[in-house]
Design a protein. Structure first.
Length: 153
């Protein structure tokens, strides 16, 4: 899968998520997963190092309560976010485009899985004959052509 966030975009997006109030790392991961409708969920190994860098830059402060760490936006972090508000809008547009792309790929994968299961179920009744195979090929070619047309600008 290609990178979901362009260079520096996750950093900016984490700041934006913290603008709504302090959050634990897991809450940030969950919010990101929710923004992508579950199609993308960053790993802890992606999010926590970025939060550490943000803290090192003075853009995020941490508060420890036992084993839980809460991250909050500092005034410098808010100023950084305000300076890059237009960039954030581009990130949001990119997320929306990524969600649509991932949704389309998921639909395709689900179709593939269901069709393969159907073919296997029918194979239990006997081998696929030449006419049935040609019908499958024709229908799939027609579907691909129709989808290609639907996607054309």
């Amino acid at each position: 899968m290609p990178a979901v966030f362009a260079h520096g975009a996750l950093r900016l997006y984490l700041l934006a998520l913290l603008e709504g109030g302090p959050k634990h790392g897991y809450e940030l991961i969950k919010e990101l997963r929710d923004r992508f409708h579950g199609a993308y969920s960053p790993s802890a190994g992606t999010v926590y190092p970025r939060l550490g860098k943000l803290e090192g830059e003075g853009l995020v402060a941490i508060e420890s309560a036992g084993r839980r760490i809460t991250y909050r936006l500092t005034s410098a972090g808010l100023a950084e976010l305000k300076r890059h508000r237009k960039d954030l809008a581009a990130v949001e547009d990119g997320i929306a485009a990524s969600v649509h792309q991932l949704d389309a790929e998921l639909l395709l994968q689900q179709f593939h899985d269901r069709l393969r299961a159907d073919l296997r179920r029918h194979a239990q009744q006997g081998p696929l004959n030449a006419v049935s195979l040609e019908t499958v090929r024709t229908v799939l070619d027609q579907a691909r052509t129709a989808i290609d047309r639907a996607l054309a600008p």
